[in-house]
Design a protein around this ligand. Structure first.
Ligand code: ACM
Length: 553
């Protein structure tokens, strides 16, 4: 009996002194290095200890977020912490929904020595609170196998994003990335509180999504016989090819798996099915979709090809069938239909296209492209979806409900906003992460890239809302996106190198308010975040730290 009492007393005393010890730990600004920078952050002394007594509780609508947090803490500590929706008042980590928070994605995070409370207007907000919490957790825990004494510094954060659209794009047409790499990419997007993955699924050099009604799209269209080496010579005969067949595609089951994985992380996947240009792989699979009847091969070099879809009923039937299967796989409100870089020469030379121009009273081939896009838009609108197109869809007249992705600079975005169309900013000057990260004179040891020069600092300097717009027009700017074209990017290691830390910089551009952004301050926080990248085994570019880069090919 005496022994029992002693043990109970001992437990009480050690428990008390331990929490008391944690209560008095002195914190410093150093301990709060969050990217993107939160709207407001106040810290005090004390630390919350995650251990076997930790219990996560909350409303059952937060089960996904509760399990995500439990997995994160268990991976770090080796404990067996779980989320328990039934015990709303019993735990010491509370996840809550609060309708009074204004922003749909906003959250508050309060950490004290004995309690953590994460509150969101929506589960998405709670998820972002968890991402901030993650960046307060000591770095070695990322990617660790547990058994770490995990102390989280006390803080009170109120936070919400500036833009509703915070995206990253990936071209899987030029090079194919396996499901696991796509999931890692989605993890990166989510970690930085971005919310959209624009998945560029069809290209001249490869059709990457299984379409049941048209099996040749992947049997033929997903494979090319070889690939151009390097940038390739201008003269056709001087170009060198590697002689190696290349290809791959995602089955519909894999697509579903990826869309579900993204949804758990509050990332919307927007598929892009390119039309009317960048369609050589589809025309190679089904030559009747082309203008010439010729049998083509899937593209083996880069650049813009003359082949575009013929504007026939057969093509529209094909595209509607394809989009019907695509809509079954992707619940996103938006479907991206491409629209960029569609040379009109084949339409100029096509008897059918010229007759159609006459019959429809169109002025020229640009208006024919507009007719093409409007017809597809009408179909998608009838199914409750909206289209996004690259800024060329302005030429010949915008489809009535289209959202414009401004990539050839910001002018297309400005024009669309003035016409009261929604806009996503992705100008090549600030958002093309396939460009070099150093100026030309410093590229001796740099891996081959498409061209251009886009530093992390320049990404960070980007202001997505153009001054030229009135306050009313500015509301049409939904946000911005980083684009990753993969002509020269073949491995996940190289992909990480191209996006990190430019994605990191963009995440703050689209999340944090303009007056809360400061390059020096960001740079300081980035030095902390890259330690987390190191722990996760991510291959970020190190130019701004004056350190050596390495890429596994
Ligand atoms: C693009 O970069 N062709 C949209």
């Amino acid at each position: 009996m005496i022994k029992k009492i002693t043990i109970v007393l001992l437990i009480l005393i050690t428990g008390f002194s331990c929490s008391n010890k944690n209560k008095n730990i002195v914190n410093a600004e150093e301990d709060y290095q969050i990217i993107p920078k939160p709207t407001s952050l106040e810290f005090t002394n004390g630390r919350f200890l995650v251990d076997s007594n930790t219990k996560i509780v909350g409303n059952s609508s937060l089960e996904n977020e509760g399990n995500y947090l439990a997995d994160m803490l268990n991976a770090a500590t080796g404990e067996n912490i779980s989320f328990n929706p039934a015990d709303a008042n019993q735990g010491n980590i509370h996840l809550k929904i609060d309708d009074s928070i204004e922003n749909e994605e906003g959250y508050t995070l309060d950490v004290s020595f004995d309690k953590i409370v994460i509150t969101g207007k929506t589960p998405q907000g709670v998820f972002y609170g968890i991402q901030s919490l993650r960046q307060l957790i000591p770095v070695p825990t990322e990617g660790s196998t547990g058994a770490i004494n995990l102390l989280i510094p006390a803080v009170s954060i109120k936070d919400s994003p500036r833009y509703v659209y915070r995206g990253m794009h990936l071209d899987v047409g030029r090079h194919f990335f396996p499901v696991e790499v796509i999931k890692e990419y989605i993890d990166l997007i989510a970690m930085h509180k971005m919310n959209t993955f624009h998945w560029h699924l069809t290209e001249d050099q490869g059709w990457r999504i299984e379409i049941k009604k048209y099996p040749k799209l992947t049997e033929i269209g997903a494979y090319r016989k070889e690939t151009l080496v390097g940038h390739g010579a201008t003269a056709k005969l001087d170009r060198e090819y590697d002689g190696k067949p290349y290809g791959g595609f995602y089955t519909q089951d894999e697509v579903k798996e990826i869309v579900a994985y993204a949804a758990q992380r509050h990332v919307t996947v927007i598929p892009e099915i390119e039309l009317p240009g960048h369609s050589l792989a589809a025309i190679a699979a089904y030559p009747e979709l082309g203008n010439t009847g010729e049998q083509y091969e899937v593209g083996t070099r880069w650049g813009v090809f003359p082949e575009i879809y013929a504007p026939t009923d057969k093509t529209f039937e094909f595209l509607e069938d394809v989009l019907t299967e695509v809509m079954e796989l992707f619940p996103s409100k938006y479907i991206h239909i491409g629209g960029d870089e569609a040379p009109k020469k084949q339409w100029e030379e096509s008897k059918f296209a010229q007759q159609l121009i006459k019959r429809e009273g169109l002025k020229d081939e640009h208006e024919l492209q507009s007719y093409f896009i409007r017809r597809i838009e009408k179909f998608l609108n009838s199914k409750g979806r909206d289209i996004i197109g690259w800024d060329e869809i302005l030429e010949g007249g915008l489809a009535p409900n289209a959202t414009v992705m401004s990539w050839r600079g910001i002018e297309g975005g400005i024009e669309a906003a003035k016409q009261h169309h929604k806009v996503i900013m992705t100008p090549g000057t600030h958002c093309y992460f396939d460009h070099y990260q150093v100026p030309e004179e410093d590229r001796a040891n740099e891996i081959l890239a498409i061209g251009g020069y886009l530093s992390v600092e320049k990404v960070y300097s980007y202001e997505p809302t153009p001054e030229e717009l009135t306050e009313e027009e500015q509301k049409y700017i939904l946000g911005a996106q980083g684009n990753v074209w993969t002509e020269y990017i073949k491995t996940s290691d190289h992909l990480e190198y191209m996006v990190l830390p430019r994605l990191t910089a963009l995440s703050e551009v689209v999340w944090s308010s303009k007056n809360n952004r400061n390059w020096e301050d960001f740079n300081g926080r980035l030095k902390h975040l890259v330690k987390r990248y190191d722990a996760l085994g991510l291959n970020y570019a190190k130019h701004i730290f004056q350190e050596e880069n390495a890429i596994e090919e």
